[in-house]
Structure formats: C-alpha cells, structure tokens
Design a protein around this ligand. Structure first.
Ligand code: NCD
Length: 309
C-alpha cells in the first residue's frame, strides 16, 4: 500500500487494511523508539511542528520520533510567535511552512483547520488535533496499545468514559474501533454524550453502541476502559463545566468489580478522573500508551515520507 505524500486528517482517511499496516509498522519501530536500535531513515528531512494549542505528549512524541530517526524539527507553539498576529491567514502560514519542511504536523483550536491546511500544502499534513474535531494519530496509538496489551481488538468490549462530546480522541477512536470489530459502550453525563454525528457514523459502520451514564452497572464486562478528561477549555459557559466537573472518578474501589485483565487507558492529561492509587495496579496502561506515541508516529512519518527503515 502506498502512503507516500498522504495527508492524515481523519481516521476515515484510512481503510481497515491501511490501519493494520500502520500498526504492523509501529510494531517494527518499537526497538527504535526505545533506543535499542538506531536508524537514520529520516536523515535530511525536516518536520514542521505547528502547535497552536497546548500539548505535551503529542508534540514531544512527534519531535522525539523524528529526532530518533535522524530528522530535524522546526516548530512554533503559539500564533503570537508567527505573523498570524499581523493578520496572516492560516493558509499563507501553511504555504510558508510547506516551503521550509517536508512534512507538517498541525494542532489547532478550530475543527476543520487540518483539512484546510492539507488543501494548501502539497507536502503531507498530519492532524495533531483540531478543536473538538478529531485526533487520528492518538487513535492509532490507542489501537496499537489495545493490540499490544490484549493481543486483539475484534470482539473486545471497549467503554469510552467521560467527556465524549468535546473529547476529540473519543470521536476518532469510536469510528476506528467499530471498523476493527470492537463492541462499544459510551458512558457520559447526558450533556456530554457522544455527538449524534459520531453515533450515526458508528451505526453506519455496523456498530450498535450501548449509550448510558452508569459506569458501575457495566464495569464487570469491560475489556478496555478508556477514560477521558472533561474538556474545560471547550465549554462556552464555565457554569456548565462546574455542573459536570468530577462526575466520574475511577478508583480502586470501582476496579474491584472489573475483570482481572481489564486495561485502563487515558489519552492524558488526567485531572481527577483517575485516582493516583490506580497507577500502581496492573490495570493502568496510560503511561505505556503515551510511550506508544513514539513508535506509531515513527511509523506514520516514515510512511508518508515514503522511506524504508
Ligand atoms: C488529548 C488531546 O489533546 O485531545 N491529549 C493528547 O493529545 N494526548 C486529550 C486531552 O486534552 O484531554
């Protein structure tokens, strides 16, 4: 399959076979991600990292993935550092970064920004999160984590818990998990449930998600508990945030009812939705999940740049 020059804007850009190929390449990248093997596959390439929203993991793991494979990284982290404060459009900014780099990674507060950027760049654009829209590279590392930990995705009971309305990672993941044959449950306060568009899409893809606000009632049948943060910055009204803040908290008490090999995932950052006491249980996989950002982003960068490792 040819990924060269491909934009990665939405997980919908990939077929099931392509997702499987990326996960396979990610597995091959593990020794390079750990620094056990060395490769200069991306030597001479430049990654343009544009992060117009806060980020720790996504930005640093793209940078680390590129550096470990010998690429150089140029970056800006605030629109105030760019000529956008002078009124330059995103389209023109992207045209410039395209001229200075071989691949562009963009995080932006507006849904649709990555799609727009991809239209103005002939070089590959990778969406690192567009507002409440989607986060396809997070989805790939989430899928990779489930496969690595449980050996399989098909048939697994995956529960997405928390802010499913504004949490972009949950949107991309729900679609991809359905394509790969997992069974989904969406647990959220009513006002933060999965958007209709995503529910409809999951159904179109053949899924029949269970939609509820009750985590205690279903915890014993879950294979993967995917917890998300309530996305305070996306609430139009702070009072609305206060109403739902702290609704769910995964703690040891809740996990007493869980299967022994259930895994707890979280794209991070967490606030108070997973108690720190969970970190030392065998269920906790969120830090390993964050590490998996490296092999998966190595796989993506080598594929869209058309280089072998
Ligand atoms: C997520 C994001 O930015 O959407 N973080 C990440 O990329 N790992 C989740 C979040 O901010 O809650």
């Amino acid at each position: 399959m040819n990924f060269k020059d491909m934009d990665v804007v939405s997980i919908r850009d990939f077929s099931r076979e392509q997702i499987e190929e990326i996960l396979e390449r990610s597995r091959q990248m593990l020794p390079y991600a750990r620094g056990e093997k060395i490769s200069k596959a991306l030597e001479g390439k430049i990654l343009g990292n544009l992060f117009f929203e806060p980020s720790t993991r996504t930005r640093l793991s793209f940078e680390s993935a590129a550096n470990r494979l010998g690429a150089r990284v140029i970056d800006v982290s605030q629109t105030s550092e760019t000529s956008m404060v002078k009124g330059e459009t995103l389209a023109d900014t992207i045209r410039m970064v395209e001229a200075y780099s071989d691949v562009i990674v963009l995080r932006h507060p507006h849904e649709g920004a990555a799609r727009l950027a991809a239209r103005f760049s002939n070089k590959p654009v990778i969406n690192a999160g567009d507002g409440a829209g989607s986060h396809p590279t997070q989805t790939l590392l989430d899928l990779f984590t489930i496969e690595e930990e449980l050996g399989n995705i098909e048939g697994m009971n995956v529960t997405l818990l928390g802010d499913l309305k504004y949490g972009r990672t949950a949107h991309s993941l729900a679609e991809a998990l359905t394509v790969l044959g997992a069974k989904l449950t969406f647990v959220a306060p009513e006002t933060l449930q999965m958007p209709k568009e995503t529910v409809d899409r999951v159904k179109q893809l053949g899924g029949s998600p269970l939609i509820t606000s009750d985590i205690e009632g279903i915890i014993s049948s879950v294979d993967v508990l995917y917890v998300t943060r309530i996305q305070r910055e996306r609430f139009p009204d702070p009072a609305e945030y206060q109403k739902v803040a702290g609704t769910y908290r995964v703690d040891r008490e809740m996990l007493r009812e869980a299967k022994k090999d259930m895994i707890v995932m979280h794209p991070l950052p967490r606030i108070d939705e997973i108690a720190p006491e969970v970190d030392s249980t065998p269920h906790a996989k969120y830090f390993k999940q964050a590490f998996n950002g490296i092999p998966v982003r190595m796989a993506l960068l080598t594929l869209v740049l058309g280089v072998e490792v």
